[in-house]
Ligand binder design. Structure first.
Ligand code: ADP
Length: 324
């Protein structure tokens, strides 16, 4: 039976990461396993920023946003010599296995470490919901609620002034945040990386709604597709609406994690510790319906994500209806 494990958060932070760290500590403590936190992800592994924590640490962080143990990006971790330093630090401290909370880049690091003798299990921590093996990722629900509240605030003022708003949301090439947010706020136009509308299509649709006399229009777009401010100018010129662009940015990454994000974080962390105790590594945990599953990092990371085109088409159709 393993005696010492480490836990780290890596890549972009996400609300709920702390709840996952907290649950790793509790689950390990219950099995008499010592837990070391690693400050700042793989960077901390390489720099030996390891700290033994006790059960009290887990209570202090469960409800906090961000990641209390820090996250960082370290592109050099792809180099074997750099990872050798990390493995040496872990072995010196007697740490036999790791829980890695992050996205699929972080899983690649976890896979490489497993191949070097340190069993790693990945947990899906990202607001983008872009991890193949999980219906939902830790942080997505909190970010979605933040986006929903922001869009509704923007709608209030657009409706007061008979205006149009372009709202850009995160997602890193995954359209889920835009699709879900557009769905739950009744956005008239939604454009995502997977279901991208041309600028012309957007402009024409807003002009149509303007002619029908719609008082306000909300356009939700995924990041990394358009220049939101330029798009707003084009819409204003063609439709007559005063049009404003809002890039929600990092407000989407922070905040108190929702109950559902914490629940997913805690249950998947308990599951991850069980996997390590069973001597497994090179796996990542995800939610499949109501069921937690562990998939092989190497062979499943590149399988395609769920196609949401049909959902997008349906919502677009429903939300673009308006009667003069
Ligand atoms: P995310 O985990 O959110 O996808 P990144 O893609 O930035 O975020 O990856 C986080 C970190 O994982 C990187 O900074 C790097 O340290 C490590 N990593 C990414 N890809 C690899 C790889 N192919 N081999 C080893 N480590 C990797």
């Amino acid at each position: 039976m393993i005696k010492k494990i480490g836990v780290l958060t890596s890549g972009g932070d996400a609300p709920g990461m702390n709840a996952a760290v907290s649950a790793v500590i509790k689950a390990a403590y219950a099995k008499n396993i010592e837990v070391y936190i690693v400050r700042d992800g793989y960077k901390g592994l390489v720099n030996n920023w390891l700290e033994k924590v006790d059960i009290n640490f887990s209570q202090d962080i469960i409800s906090r946003g961000g990641t209390a143990i820090g996250s960082a990006r370290l592109p050099e971790f792809k180099e074997v010599e750099v990872r050798e330093k990390a493995v040496a630090n872990l072995k010196n401290a007697g740490i036999e296995a790791l829980v890695v909370i992050g996205g699929d880049g972080s899983y690649m690091g976890a896979q490489r470490l497993t191949e070097m003798g340190i069993n790693c299990i990945g947990l899906p921590g990202t607001i983008d919901n872009d991890i193949v093996s999980s219906d939902y990722t830790i942080g997505f629900d909190t970010a979605l609620n933040t986006v929903m509240e922001s869009i509704e605030k923007i709608r209030d003022t657009m409706q007061s002034h008979n205006r149009c708003a372009v709202v850009e949301v995160m997602g890193n090439r995954c359209g889920d945040l835009a699709l879900y947010a557009g769905t739950v706020t009744g956005a008239e136009v939604i454009s995502t990386s997977e279901g991208q509308l041309s600028e012309e299509e957007i402009v024409n649709e807003v002009a149509r709604l303007s002619k029908l006399g719609k008082r306000s229009v909300i356009i939700v777009i995924s990041e990394k597709i358009y220049d939101a401010n330029e798009l707003a100018k084009k819409i204003e010129a063609a439709s007559g609406y005063v049009t404003r662009a809002t890039i929600l940015g990092h407000t989407q990454r922070g905040g108190t994690p929702t109950a559902m994000d914490r629940y997913l974080a805690i249950t998947s962390a308990i599951y991850a510790v069980d996997q390590l105790v069973a001597g497994k590594g090179g796996l990542y945990v995800g939610l499949d319906g109501q069921q937690l599953i562990a998939r092989d990092i190497n062979s499943t990371l590149n399988i395609p994500r769920k196609d949401r085109t049909q959902e997008l088409t349906t919502i677009r159709l429903l939300n673009s209806q308006f009667k003069k």
